[in-house]
Design a protein around this ligand. Structure first.
Ligand SMILES: [Zn+2]
Length: 674
């Protein structure tokens, strides 16, 4: 699937994180917070049984997009049970289920739920096994557990069976940790990559079987297969095998080097992993941007770029710690997985790209956190769907902000100790938000209930106001002021910075408890301005984020193809900044898509008359105007716009190349494919 130019530009302009991470397709995001069908929730509370281990024999008949498999599921019941329930992707049909003695077990499949009824109850605490034989076609997103997004696919150009694809019987998704042995048979020219120790592949006519054994308790439920070019990349403490598809060989080395650097950095900060080996594997483009299983980091083809997409890589590699080594105890604790992965990425960026890049990333994260912040507290993440903008906003972005703020509250040293304690005391185990809080309290010797109550268990973002007066002192000046915000239970250290004439700013940290706090700051030279939280250490709402948050909401609606709502939302943006070229440009794009060319033209012209922020709007508005003239048969006017596009000399997203192309050959409305 190709994406339209405007989508690329949208992603480019805002570095829309969620857009890059997974494919946004029509309809995927349509239902904001739809009522959650129970799967996640049904399994909350004390689980009735635990899966300990899987032995899966699977064959991928790639030319037919078929998976046939037999999965032995080793379980331990927590109480006497007469029924079992699993998730299994609905396009996979069960043929037979047997118990340890080979006796058949009756079953039924309803959508994604596989229910087994046992004639003989399974007694509590006694290990038992059931074996499920099943198969089916995995070639479209129609029956995907993630609406509109393929997460399990079998095909001749490469197969990926990601754990979120529920391609084997899954219990307590993302919570129940297990070990696994995978015997995967593929056509003889393909390679299989999975978690754990590999045995020598066994060949027979036309096919080959790979065996991977992962004996620790984790999520070794991801299998990737295809024709690969393999390159090793080693660094101190890291042993990485790079699997790229033909055409990307030239990028393997730079990806290997960057991956090794990221891995080494995390090993230093979080503590080393038991194994320094992992595979970095390219997968298809019609799925998530990246996914990480124990020892396997998968990146979509579009994420393998020159220069290296090190942000995504840093996020994914951190999952070797946060998820594979230590995972959330329940879906409500998901910020300890994705939120921490986002913040790990930020730590890496601070280390390699410096404080300015780090601050930019955190202010992006701050905006992302506020696009849906009010929908749910982080601690109720189970009510959100994975792979939705709400999940992105709350679990990823606000989650990352929680770690950022915790670091500010307890200090770098205690923060680092907390993460280390997590990997040491919870290796191959799960951790709850409460347990995490206790680790942070121990490392910092501070009581932190207030912090978690405010940021994890509640919604709400403070909006600071300040007033201040300046007094002359014998030597210099004194600024006396008050900070206010409206959250009643608020308690945080807040940084106040006074900008001074001709000398360095003076910064003071005050402890704010409740809605107001006073400050007194002496300066040598004349105070000019007072800034609250200049380093963006606190998730807060202000004029700057307000504009960006409203814009991000509009962009999401547009990408969900909810065009009328998106236009209304862009009009909200214009109420905040009537000069916003970007809002006009986006509306122009929507009208253009809807072939409402007069309205589109008007918006692109307004975009050119606005603040031209970001700068690429100029070249792209001329280009879009040219296209409108072309499709409406006014070639001279079109050529004039393309010339004006060229005059900007701005080749953002290949704008000049495109202008030259249309100067050669008029733009035509593309015939829709698929
Ligand atoms: Zn992630």
């Amino acid at each position: 699937m190709t994406r339209s130019r405007s989508m690329n530009l949208a992603a480019f302009s805002r570095t829309v994180r969620w857009h890059r991470r997974w494919m946004v397709q029509a309809g995927l995001l349509g239902l904001a917070l739809a009522m959650v069908p129970a799967l996640g929730q049904a399994q909350r509370g004390a689980p009735r049984f635990e899966v300990k281990n899987y032995v899966i024999d699977a064959e991928l008949l790639t030319s037919q997009h078929l998976l046939t498999a037999k999965a032995r599921v080793d379980i331990v019941p927590n109480s006497d049970i007469t029924s079992l329930s699993f998730e299994l992707q609905s396009s996979l049909r069960v043929e037979k289920v047997v118990d340890t003695t080979g006796q058949e077990i009756s079953y039924n499949q309803q959508g994604q739920t596989l229910n087994l009824s046992l004639l003989n109850p399974l007694p509590a605490s006694k290990p038992a096994s059931i074996t499920v034989t099943y198969g089916g076609m995995l070639n479209s997103a129609d029956s995907s557990p993630v609406e509109g997004l393929k997460v399990a696919y079998v095909g001749p150009e490469g197969s990926y069976l990601l754990y979120p694809g529920r391609w084997f019987p899954v219990s307590a998704y993302s919570v129940n940790r297990f070990s696994a042995t995978m015997n995967i048979t593929v056509p003889s020219d393909e390679t299989v990559i999975a978690s754990g120790k590999a045995s020598a592949p066994v060949r027979e006519t036309g096919k080959v079987t790979y065996t991977y054994e992962f004996d620790k308790s984790s999520f070794p439920g991801t299998v990737i297969a295809g024709r690969y070019v393999v390159q090793p990349a080693t660094a101190v403490g890291a042993d990485i095998a790079i699997y790229v598809k033909a055409g990307h060989e030239n990028l393997a080395a730079s990806y290997g080097e960057t991956a090794a650097r990221i891995f080494t950095f995390y090993s230093d900060v979080f503590g080393p992993l038991p194994s320094g080996h992992f595979a970095l594997v390219e997968i298809g483009d019609d799925t998530v941007g990246g996914y990480t299983a124990p020892g396997v980091v998968a990146l979509a083809s579009r994420a393998i770029t020159n220069p290296v997409n090190y942000r995504l890589l840093a996020h994914e590699i951190s999952h070797l710690w946060w998820r594979c080594l230590v995972s959330p105890a329940s879906p409500d604790d998901a910020f300890l997985d994705e939120g921490l992965a986002e913040y790990s990425k930020a730590l890496y960026i601070q280390q390699t790209a410096g404080d300015a890049a780090f601050e930019d990333l955190m202010s992006e994260t701050e905006v992302g956190a506020q696009t849906h912040e009010e929908v749910s507290p982080i601690a109720q993440a189970a009510q959100l769907h994975e792979f939705t903008p709400e999940y992105q906003s709350i679990v990823f972005d606000k989650g990352a902000m929680v770690f950022h703020m915790l670091r500010w509250v307890i200090g770098d040293d205690a923060f680092r100790k907390t993460l280390r304690a997590m990997t040491q005391q919870y290796a191959w185990k799960s951790i709850s938000a409460d347990q995490f809080q206790r680790l942070a309290e121990k490392a910092s010797k501070q009581e932190l209930t207030y912090f978690f109550a405010q940021w994890v268990n509640s919604t709400g973002v403070p909006q600071f106001k300040r007033n201040w007066a300046v007094y002359r002192l014998p030597k210099g000046y004194q600024v006396v002021g008050k900070v206010q915000q409206d959250l009643d239970i608020f308690r945080m250290p807040v940084e106040i910075r006074v900008m001074c004439q001709g000398s360095k700013p003076v910064t003071q940290r005050i402890d704010m408890v409740g809605t107001t706090a006073d400050f007194t700051i002496d300066t040598r030279t004349k105070p000019l301005r007072v800034l609250i939280d200049p380093g963006s250490r606190i998730l807060k709402y202000d004029e700057k984020t307000r504009y960006q948050v409203e814009m991000a909401r509009a962009d999401q609606l547009s990408q969900q193809q909810a065009y009328l709502d998106a236009i209304k939302q862009y009009q909200e943006v214009l109420k905040i900044n009537s000069n916003s070229s970007l809002a006009h440009y986006r509306m122009g794009e929507i009208h253009f898509k809807l072939r409402n060319y007069n309205a589109a033209m008007e918006e692109f012209r307004r975009a050119l008359d606005g603040d031209l922020d970001p700068k690429w709007i100029e070249v792209w508005s001329h280009l879009e105007l040219g296209k409108i003239f072309d499709v409406t048969g006014q070639r001279d006017r079109a050529l004039n716009e393309y010339q004006r596009a060229l005059q900007t000399n701005d080749n953002t997203q290949g704008a000049l190349d495109e202008a030259n192309r249309y100067i050669q050959k008029p733009y035509k409305t593309p015939v829709p494919t698929n």
